[in-house]
Ligand binder design. Sequence first.
Ligand SMILES: N[C@@H](CCC(=O)N[C@@H](CS)C(=O)NCC(=O)O)C(=O)O
Length: 203
Amino acid sequence: MKLFEMALTPNCKRVNIFLNELGVELEHVHVDVRGGENLTADFAQKSLNGKVPTLQLDEHTFICESMAICRYFDETTPSESSLFGDSPLERARVEMWNRIIEWDGLLPAFQAFRNISGVYQDRENCIPAWGEESKLRVEKFLPKLAQQLTASTFIVGDKLTVADISAWILVLFCESRLELPVQQQYPTIAAWYQLLASRPAFA
Ligand SMILES: N[C@@H](CCC(=O)N[C@@H](CS)C(=O)NCC(=O)O)C(=O)O
């Protein structure tokens, strides 16, 4: 089993934190995404979306998409509690929050970075105005996250779930790539962020 990744990219970090929380160890294969290694015909054979992370299970079986990879390990790793939730209601809440964080937070944040910085201009048309608009959309989403963390220690109830991992990556990305001082602006997010940062899996 191998994980094709570029460890510093946000989706790879998201999967690696998930694997750390479960205590899963596997072989990691570096893919030079910035250099375009993921755009080669060889990588296209492995990864349906042509991106990292991509998991290889055996010679012919590959899984891409971060959440698909996390779900695979959630179901195959014995654990007392699932990071996707333990009851029908909890699973629905985790799914709801995780999707909202992905669609209203991570996606616009990535679009903002890609279009403003032009980091992938070798493979897509970068439109700076779309990047600025996407950044505004992330800024509009953050109060919703802050509000939720006023009501509970974690995003869903009183234990860590995959929704926390996705949101933690969002905050890290906003601060490191979009120059948005999220923790300074939102004390409830800062307290939760530091609580997660103290877990070994997030180190
Ligand atoms: N929806 C995918 C997105 C994966 C993704 O965008 N990966 C980035 C790194 S974080 C990548 O491979 N980018 C290279 C490219 O777009 O060419 C997931 O959740 O895994």
